[in-house]
Design a protein around this ligand. Structure first.
Ligand code: ZN
Length: 598
């Protein structure tokens, strides 16, 4: 397929469901409405919550909900509009301007959750007797659980106001710097997404050169990234300490409703499986690549005997939709909407951010999918993944703006499951053993990147945050911790050397969402377990029960939502069950390898 055609025919998203463009006069109007409504709300309710009847409190909640929608619409539009044009100064300034204004206008609202948390349980329970107020119970529970971690109103106000010039400013500096990085290879220049693709090149020489260049640029920028990382960790530590969180990971776990010890069990169980999973797989991979040890930059290398299949956008859409339809016609119907409307931005473009994501600023409106589609098998699975996020969002529209929130550990369930559905179809339709091996090897590669590698990342950030308590970490120290965790998780068949020492700085999550990474592994193990239950056919009406689970991920707890499947994340063997799916795939790979005598 002609690359140029591929790019030209790919659909772009249409953000006019938010606003026409950044000059839309409705933006100014909405900002004004937001500001006025916030001031009026504080005037009407501040200091008076304890005297409200259930009916009056319901009005306050509805008012809050309306404002949350406005803020999400403004902020969401500014962010999405910017993400496809990171080199456009006007789009960048617009985003910054909207963020600052929303933060500024939200200041009078700080009292609301603080005052709610000063009320006795009996008052909340009295309100909850009203069934209309009871609809908002998930929201109220979420606000109330922070009761013991909240600071005085004055401090909360300062923290909110200063976030634009502290934590958020560091993240912005990180993102802007990263997006401007330029890479040189063989006389050509590349952006971040382009050079990353070269690490998947069939030629080892190109892969290694691209990897070394990524590392060189990271090294060149290491003083700045080290400073930013130290600041982000310290900023978080100051706030954590003032609020009374026990460990650096605690605030994240609290947001996830996962006890610290569950995350620790997950991390340790995965670590105990490094050998069984990663070491075993990379040994095979080294053999297939014809070397004793593969380079760090060969981890995702294509196998020499596997053909590089390309798919057009239309073919990819068909494959993904079919996978969804085979599982559940209901899910398929929801998925289809993303293609009949322009809700997906497909092609890579100059100045567009790299990677892929699904973003739904409003919990009560459809989300948008952001891709950098290049037509590879992985891009098909990425589409299946992001579409899973999209459907997950659509299944929760009825929960309302206030009740919904993103719990990262469950946020990845629909996406990983969607990917699994499409992958299983691909595997089933493949009759040739060698092609089957190629497909399975690609999947195991990804599963190790998700379930195992993200836990190695988790150990990296856990150590960095712990050591930061003693003072700033030097670049050398960060590199050293990085190399240690990489070596331990990749095993004896991977050469982890100086050519990847600075790569910690390219893991964006360390900077903009500390302690997010374990959620990938958490979700992967959870989905693998769910998928095994589905394959065993032991649960009646699995697809419908699964869709119900998706609709409740933000409003139900783990015990409750997994109960229909007989699964319990609090049991230690739960994690091993999920990991055993990967292990069984590696068994199959070893068998195929023997059979084919590669
Ligand atoms: Zn995802």
């Amino acid at each position: 397929m002609n690359k140029q055609n591929l790019k030209n025919n790919l659909p772009a998203w249409d953000l006019s469901d938010f606003y026409k463009d950044i000059n839309d006069p409705q933006i100014e109007k909405d900002l004004k409405t937001y500001q006025k409504s916030a001031t009026a709300f504080a005037f009407k309710y501040k200091g008076k919550l304890k005297n409200l009847s259930a009916k009056e409190f319901l009005d306050a909640l509805k008012d809050t909900e309306k404002r949350a929608k406005l803020a999400a619409r403004l902020g969401g539009f500014a962010y999405l509009n910017m993400s496809t044009q990171m080199k456009n100064a006007e789009a960048m300034a617009f985003y910054q301007n909207i963020s600052e204004k929303l933060t500024e206008y939200a200041k009078p609202l700080v009292f609301f959750s603080l005052e709610l948390n000063k009320l006795p349980e009996s008052k909340i329970n009295e309100w909850l007797q009203d069934k209309n107020v009871a609809f908002y119970k998930p929201f109220l529970d979420r606000v109330r659980k922070y009761k013991k971690y909240e600071l005085s109103e004055a401090v909360e106000e300062v923290l909110l106001e200063k976030s634009v010039t502290s934590s958020e400013a560091w993240v912005r500096l990180y993102e802007e710097t990263s997006s401007r990085l330029v890479y040189h290879l063989n006389g050509k220049t590349y952006n971040d997404a382009e050079i990353s693709k070269l690490t998947l090149d069939p030629s080892a020489e190109i892969r290694h050169a691209a990897g070394a260049e990524i590392n060189r640029v990271a090294q060149e920028n290491a003083p700045l990234f080290t400073l930013i990382y130290n600041m982000i960790i310290k900023d978080k530590a100051i706030e954590d300490q003032k609020r009374g969180y026990k460990t650096p990971v605690s605030a994240r776990n609290m947001a996830e409703d996962v006890p610290d010890e569950v995350v620790e069990t997950l991390a340790q169980t995965v670590r105990a499986n490094y050998q069984n999973l990663a070491y075993r797989f990379y040994k095979l991979k080294a053999k297939w690549l014809g070397v004793k040890k593969i380079s760090y930059w060969d981890r995702n290398a294509p196998l020499p005997f596997c053909s590089d299949i390309s798919y057009s956008w239309d073919e990819s859409v068909q494959m993904v939709l079919q996978g969804y339809r085979n599982f559940s016609p209901k899910l398929h119907k929801i998925a289809q909407d993303f293609f009949t409307h322009n809700w997906i931005d497909v092609p890579p473009r100059d100045g567009k951010r790299s990677g892929a994501y699904c973003s739904g600023p409003l919990a009560t409106m459809h989300p948008y999918l952001f891709l950098n589609f290049m037509g590879k098998q992985n891009d098909v699975l990425t589409l299946a993944h992001e579409l899973g996020h999209g459907c997950h969002h659509q299944l929760r529209l009825q929960n309302g703006e206030l009740n919904e929130h993103s719990r990262m550990t469950t946020e990845e369930v629909a996406s990983v499951f969607g990917e699994m559905l499409v992958f299983q179809d691909m595997l089933k339709n493949q009759k040739d053993d060698k092609a089957k091996l190629c497909l399975l090897a690609g999947k195991v590669n990804d599963m190790i990147n998700t379930a195992v590698r993200q836990i190695a990342f988790h150990f990296f950030e856990t150590r960095a945050h712990a050591e930061r308590q003693q003072g700033e970490l030097s670049t050398e120290r960060l590199c050293q911790i990085w190399l240690e965790e990489m070596r331990e998780s990749l095993g004896p068949s991977v050469d982890v050397g100086a050519d990847c020492a600075y790569i910690w700085s390219s893991v964006g999550h360390f900077f903009f969402l500390p302690f997010y990474v374990y959620a990938y592994s958490f979700a992967d193990c959870l989905v693998n377990s769910l998928y095994q239950v589905y394959s065993e056919k032991t649960v009646k009406d699995f697809p419908d029960k699964y869709l119900t689970l998706l609709s409740q991920t933000a409003i139900g707890d783990y015990k409750q939502i997994l109960q229909p499947f007989g699964l319990d994340v609090f049991k230690p063997d739960f994690w091993n069950k999920g990991l055993s799916l990967i292990s069984s795939y590696i068994d199959a790979l070893e068998e195929l390898d023997q059979k084919l005598k590669i």
